[in-house]
Every structure is written in C-alpha cells, then in structure tokens.
Ligand binder design. Structure first.
Ligand code: GDG
Length: 496
C-alpha cells in the first residue's frame, strides 16, 4: 500500500492540533537565519539544508523558539538585549534566540571538542580525534549555557525540546536536571554513530552517553547507527536494553532509539528546478565555465576530509589514464565551500585539493581543455539547482556520511530523469538510493571504472534508474522525517 505523502501543510496541522498548549523549542548550532554585512548593508540569509527546510515551517506554525549560536557578523545589530529577534523578517512568526559565545568558547566548544574530537571520532575517515581537556570544559560550559538560555525563555511552561546534533550531547541531561518534569526531549544525531570498538577510546564516553540518554527519543539516520549506539551503551553503562521496544532504560528513565532518514523537500526542489531563474543560471554557468558540448561531472561539498574529494579527483585522473579518448570530451567540476578553516586538518586538505587539481590538469590538459574545474565559491540556491540540472553525472564519494543531502537534492532536481548518480556505499543515502551507481571511494580502480560505466549507461537505463530514485525521495521527503519524529514525541506524556 502506498503511504501518504507528507507535506508542509499536514506537518503544520499536526503541530497546531497537538502542540498549542505547549512551548516548542529547537536547539542547534546553526541558525535558520543569519544576518551579515554586505556592501555596508545588513542582509538576512536563510540557512541552507534539510534541517532549516523542515523545522522553519514547524516553528512558524506553533510560534516556537529556535535557540542557536549567533555567528553572523551583523547578528548582534538586529537582536534585542536578550539576543532575540522575530523571524522571518517579512512574516515574523517565531523567535530566534541567539546565544553569544566568546572567542574562547567558540574555539573550545565548536572548533575544538565538537569538530576535532566528536566529528573525527564518529566518521571512519582515519582522522585521529583530538581530545583536549580544555576543549571538553568549554564544551560542557556551552551546553550548560544553552540549557540556561532555554529555561530562561520557557519559564515554568511545559515544553517539547528538539535538539540537533553532536554539538549538544550534554544538553538533554542539563535540561532535565534543571527542570525534570516539564520537558519532553528529542535529540537527532546527524552524523554516523561508530561501533563500540571506535567509540570506547573517547575519554568522556560515559558523560556523553549519559547526556544523550536523558532524552526521551534519540534519532539516527539509519538502523545501523541505532544498533551501534545500543551496542555501545550496552557495553559501557549499567542499564537495561529493551530489544523489543528498541529502547535503553537507565535508572527509571527510558530513551527510545529510532531510525529517521533525513531528506529534502522533493516537490519544492522539483518546482524551483524548472523556474526561469534556474534556466537563467544554467545559461550563465555554461558560459562562465565554457561547459557546452562536454559531458559534465559535478561534485558539490563543504571541503571536508570525510567527503572523499581527493579520492574523487584521483578517480578522474585514473579514468583519463585508462580512456585518453575522453580528453576534451568530459569535464569534472568541483564546487567547494570552504569549511572549518580554523582547524589545521581542513587547511591541509585545502592545500592537498589545490595541488591535486594542478597536477591532474597539468598531466592531462590539451591546448584548450582542462579536465578539472575547481570553483571555491558558495553557489546561490538557483545556481546549485542549475548545476544539478546541467550535469550528466553527480558524484558523491564520501568516506563516511550520516546521510548526504546533495544526493537527494540532485535526484529531486532531475526533472528530465536523464542523469546518473554515482554514490559512495558509505553514505546513509546509499541505503535508500539503490539505483545509483555504487562505489567504494577507497578503491581507485573500481571508482574510475564506475565513472566510465556511468558515462556509458544507455539513455533508457539512466532514466529507469533516476525514475526509481525520484519515487523514493518523493515518498521519503523531509516532511515525513519531521512528521515521524514529532508523531513519536507526541506519544510521551508530561510528568505531573
Ligand atoms: C550533516 C551530515 C547529513 C553545499 N555547497 C553549497 C550548498 N551546499 C549545501 C548542500 C546541502 C548541504 O550544503 C550539505 O549537506 P550534506 O548532507 O551533504 O552534508 P553536511 O553538511 O556534512 O551535513 C550529513 C546532514 O547533516 C543532514 O542530516 O546528511 O550526512 O554530515 O544541502 O546543498 N548550498 C548552496 N551553495 C553551495 O555552494 N546554496
């Protein structure tokens, strides 16, 4: 039987019918709206990605509260004395509360413990995590600060709290300690959960597990990560694992563990992909980068060592070694947003990527053709969809990835169905998008052969595969992700 397609509207109805008596709060490190200075004026930018797409309409429907850290250079100029601003500015419907971090807090909490300890710990990319006591202390402090900010806002009202990601493992515990009976808490973990063998090296492992287990509901993208989490808890803590209910009971508190694969707004992306703005951007990009007449292969990522960007370039190099006739026929375009540049490993990666582009282009280029174009800039949303629509192949070669939304955005944008997704087996998305051409990014030979296969699939085969993947994303869209989590959350009852 076909399940119902979740929409923004039925998600909003669910909220209005069930949550009007309660506060609804989202906590995340990234903000839904960022204020920045552009040419001397303040501009408001909407955050990209699935989380903002799904949660913004929910908060609008229930006049909720979003707590995040203010990282835009003009953020402080537009908020009140408590760091608050009503958003979005053209239709103020909910409150964004910005938490201000000192430079030391940002360094220790965000660049330190979150991104140099937990991020490499949870991604199997063979990057050694760095555990510094001082980073951990800032991490605890900032989690506490967020807890205080949330409670200051909600006072003694009952509230549903939805926490996002690895930046806030301790927040559920601090919140429950400060206000035990008035909160129901969900935590969604956006990155992989490693197996116990890996997780056990973490010096703060018990505090992290106990922090998370103060949530009532803990979500991961896929079942495999849920299993890893349950196994880790089983081996590390004194608690009861209930396999039947798929929950962990610690003391007298139960946490449900559930898989919820995040997604994108399929119908929204599909419609915008055919808009005049995107058609205009397609023309402009084709001219700017001289793409006409060539088979276009694209990569779109934050520049991060988990995304397998050097591996992708080396596969292009190998493809051209094996099939020199492709010279002048194909072009690989890597769009890369600079990310976490204050961390040395990210600076190294940037240098490595630059050097690879130089070397591979030097090796294979002809008088009027280079195989790789590296565009280190942030694409506008319309440009992003234009690239998705223009390319013949989109390559995702993550060494490890919780989900990977680029894969789903690409599939949603391909209204003509005539393109191929080459997708790493080590992404969450690979579990759903079985009609992609599957690769192991560590296997250069196989990767190059798969690119060749993708370039040579018949039109009929390309369309058949894309059609199936589009049906999957249409059904498992972002509103379903949020709807399922909220429906589960609503089954909990507040303690009297
Ligand atoms: C984490 C997990 C999980 C990228 N460049 C531009 C741009 N982007 C947008 C993409 C996409 C988003 O950034 C990246 O999302 P991913 O899912 O691929 O990756 P992470 O940032 O690592 O996210 C991941 C996700 O959380 C959600 O749970 O899927 O596994 O690691 O939306 O489109 N957007 C624009 N210009 C760019 O140049 N406009």
């Amino acid at each position: 039987m076909k399940s119902k397609i979740w929409t923004k509207e039925n998600l909003q109805t669910l909220i209005k019918e069930n949550m009007s008596d309660y506060e609804f709060v989202v906590d995340s490190s990234r903000q839904p709206y960022v204020h920045v200075f552009k040419k001397g004026k303040i501009e408001c930018q909407r955050g990209a990605g699935g989380v903002v797409t799904a949660l913004d309409p929910i908060l609008r429907a229930c006049n909720g509260l979003w707590v995040a850290y203010g990282n835009g250079d003009a953020d402080g100029k537009v908020t009140d004395a408590n760091g608050k601003i009503r958003v979005p500015h053209d239709d103020p419907s909910y409150t964004l509360k910005r938490v201000w971090l000192t430079k030391e807090e940002e360094d220790g909490f965000y660049y330190g413990y979150a991104n140099q300890a937990l991020w490499p710990l949870c991604h199997l990319a063979f990057q050694r995590p760095v555990f510094k006591n001082s980073d951990w202390e800032y991490y605890c402090e900032v989690n506490k600060k967020f807890a205080r900010m949330v409670l200051d806002e909600i006072g003694d009202k009952k509230a549903f709290i939805w926490i996002q990601d690895y930046h806030f493992t301790l927040l559920p515990k601090y919140l429950k300690e400060m206000a035990p009976s008035q909160l129901i808490i969900a935590h969604f973990w956006h990155i992989p959960w490693p197996n116990h063998e890996v997780f056990r090296i973490c010096p703060q492992k018990h505090q992290i597990l106990e922090g998370l287990l103060a949530s009532d509901l803990l979500g991961f993208h896929i079942r495999y990560h849920c299993d890893n989490f349950m196994d880790t808890v089983d081996r590390e803590l004194q608690c009861k694992i209930n396999r039947e209910r798929f929950s962990v009971i610690k003391g007298d508190h139960e946490t449900l563990i559930r898989p919820y694969p995040i997604s994108v707004d399929f119908e929204g992306l599909r419609d915008i992909a055919t808009s005049p703005e995107v058609r205009k951007a397609m023309k402009a990009l084709s001219q700017e980068y001289d793409l006409s007449g060539k088979k276009l292969i694209i990569g779109v990522d934050r520049i991060d060592y988990t995304k397998g960007i050097p591996e992708r370039m080396l596969a292009i190099d190998r493809l051209l070694e094996m099939h020199p006739a492709l010279k002048g026929e194909i072009v690989f375009m890597q769009m890369g947003v600079i990310s976490r540049i204050h961390i040395p490993r990210y600076r190294e990666l940037n240098d490595q990527v630059n050097a690879l582009v130089e070397d591979i282009n030097w090796k294979h280029s002809t008088a009027d053709w280079d195989p790789i174009i590296l565009a280190r800039r942030h694409l506008s949303f319309h440009e992003l969809l234009a690239l998705y629509r223009m390319c013949d192949i989109c390559v995702i070669s993550s060494l490890h990835d919780g989900m990977n939304l680029v894969a789903k955005e690409f599939v949603s944008s391909r209204v003509n169905e005539d393109a191929v997704l080459v997708l790493s087996r080590f992404t969450g998305a690979a579990r759903e998008l079985e009609d992609a051409v599957s690769i192991n990014p560590y296997n250069r030979e196989e990767f190059a052969n798969s690119l060749y296969k993708a370039l040579n699939l018949s039109r009929e085969e390309r369309k058949k595969r894309m059609k199936k993947m589009r049906a999957v994303v249409l059904n498992n869209n972002i509103y379903r992700w949020a709807g399922k989590i909220l429906s589960e959350l609503l089954k909990f009852e507040f303690q009297e």
